[in-house]
Write a protein that binds this ligand. Structure first.
Ligand code: FAD
Length: 479
């Protein structure tokens, strides 16, 4: 690969693709963009035939020191959009101001209002389905109508009308022209009907733009700097090392691999790789009397905001609830054995935000420089204090649901939302990138994605990741 590029983007997931979308809208006809993606194409038919979302095994690319705590990644064109579930909720306005509002965690260096129009654009691109009411302010309606709730969700909505909502989801509720309607089987990782938005079915055309060169199977190892600016990227393809230079370098390799590339490049900061976090998931199975579940029209068909925002956040974690609408979600059968009552059951996930800890991290492994090591010491006491209140939360839900018994309360292995590690902020001492995701010192290096999240929220991250990429690309052309 020879010649100089205007821009190199690393990664083809949500972060890289939405940045490219907005960049190409602004950029002149003669720009040259190189996109480097570590994995292959792994087409939908290949995925379904092999029952895998990536031809690369996670163990080959990172070392997890605590396998009981999973971190899921699906390398290849489209990144984790291949295997995500399509939960597309926005963060709440106060999630951006935890420190100011509740005296905990960190404030984000931008506000909900500043992202609002970008949220709308991402929802339009993904054809997100959602209701006419919403727990947060919105300037535009959802592009697609809401899914049908299950019977337990309908009861919850009736009892808690301003705290229980149809989910905002990129699992289509109506045909979109390129995607079918969600089949609600709970096999969303390998969506059998291609109903959920993916980069492959929604943004693949970006990579066919004549200004863009996409190189698959190209693993970025380091970013070179010269005179305080990023000057080139070194990557490996077919076991050969290649160096290519550009005016602007954009990492969209996820919160696992963005910090690893920077660490290998010797771009140091005391927080680099640290504050790795995601929500603490607790899965609760409850049996119901006379109410049948699993009859909604999508895999998760309710989101509860009863324990999300409020003064309690000073003391313990906020929680978003999701109700699973398939007994086979996450391959965990959850049917009742009782005759004719197999679906008088609700499977509920409580997702608590975690306060990032500096001892949870991605770091280098001197013996395997190509593989980051993930070290996870545990969730914060703040998250645990929220979890401790689950019995009280179930009491509250029993105002709406005829709960017969609580079958199990289990810590989930992951929410699959990898966040932190290259955090953003206004203070260069306490953050690595600024509010536009530009490295504080290396001003032609952007680091996109959930690696920038200074705190978690209980919400799903990918809509915010995508909106942040639009915001960062817009800023580039304004400045
Ligand atoms: C099973 C599952 C379900 C999920 N469900 C949801 C959900 O419902 N809602 C939600 O919001 N989120 C969900 N997520 C999380 C979501 O997938 C991630 O938040 C999102 O994909 C992150 O986007 P990204 O572009 O930053 O990173 P990724 O999607 O991980 O993309 C990073 C890209 O960079 C490439 N790359 C990495 N390292 C290198 C390198 N060194 N050189 C070149 N390329 C590189 C990767 O191959 C990949 O293509 C789910 C995740 C999983 C695994």
């Amino acid at each position: 690969m020879s010649g100089r590029y205007d821009m190199i983007i690393v990664g083809t997931g949500f972060a890289g693709a939405f940045f490219l979308l907005r960049y190409l809208e602004h950029a002149p006809k003669n720009v040259r963009v190189l996109v480097l993606e570590r994995g292959g194409a792994d087409s939908k038919s290949w995925q379904l035939q092999n029952r895998l979302t990536s031809s690369i095994a996670p163990d080959d690319i990172f070392t997890n020191l605590t396998p009981e705590k999973e971190w899921l990644t699906s390398p290849g064109f489209g990144g984790n959009s291949k295997c995500w579930w399509g939960g597309a909720s926005r963060m709440m306005p106060n999630d951006f101001q935890l420190k100011t509002r509740y005296g905990v965690g960190e404030d984000w260096p931008l506000t909900y209002d500043q992202l609002e129009l970008h949220y709308c654009t991402v929802e339009e691109v993904m054809k997100v389905s959602g209701p006419s009411d919403s727990p947060m302010p919105r300037s535009k309606p959802f592009p697609l109508p809401p899914h049908r709730m299950s019977d337990p969700d309908q009861l919850l909505k009736k009892h808690f009308p301003d705290k229980w909502y149809h989910p905002a989801t990129a699992r289509a509720s109506a045909p979109t022209g390129t995607r079918g309607v969600c089949c609600a089987t709970g096999y969303c990782e390998l969506c059998p009907v291609d109903a959920k938005f993916t980069i492959q079915n929604g943004l693949a055309h970006l990579y066919e733009d004549p200004r863009v060169t996409l190189l698959l199977n190209s693993v970025v190892d380091t970013v070179e700097t010269q005179g305080g600016m990023a000057s080139a990227v070194c990557y490996t393809q077919d076991k050969k090392s290649v160096r290519v230079s550009a005016d602007l370098i954009v990492l969209g390799a996820s919160a696992l691999f963005n910090p690893h590339i920077l660490l290998r490049s010797g771009i140091e900061h005391r927080l680099l790789g640290k504050r790795l976090h995601e929500q603490m998931p607790i899965d609760v199975c409850i049996d119901l009397t006379g109410v049948k579940g699993y009859n909604g029209s999508t895999s998760i068909c309710g989101n509860g905001y009863l324990f999300y925002d409020g003064e309690h956040r000073r003391h313990h974690a906020a929680c978003m609830i999701e109700t699973w609408n398939s007994p086979f979600a996450y391959q965990r059968a959850s049917l009742r054995a009782d005759k004719d009552r197999w679906n008088e059951r609700a499977y509920i996930r409580f997702m608590f935000d975690d306060l990032p800890r500096e001892d949870n991290m991605v770091r280098l492994d001197p013996t395997h420089p190509h593989k980051p090591v993930v070290e996870f010491k545990g969730y914060s006491d703040y998250a645990q204090r929220g979890v401790d209140l689950i019995p009280k939360m179930l009491d509250k839900l029993s105002d709406a649901l005829p709960i017969e018994s609580v079958e199990s309360i289990l810590l989930g292995r992951t929410t699959a939302h990898i966040q932190g590690t290259v955090v953003m902020g206004n203070d260069p001492q306490n953050s690595i990138v600024d509010r536009h995701l530009i490295h504080h010192q290396i001003r032609n290096l952007l680091i996109l994605g959930a690696s920038a999240f200074p705190t978690a929220s209980p919400s799903y991250p990918s809509l915010t990741i995508s909106a942040l990429s639009l915001w960062a690309a817009d800023h580039l052309f304004k400045s």
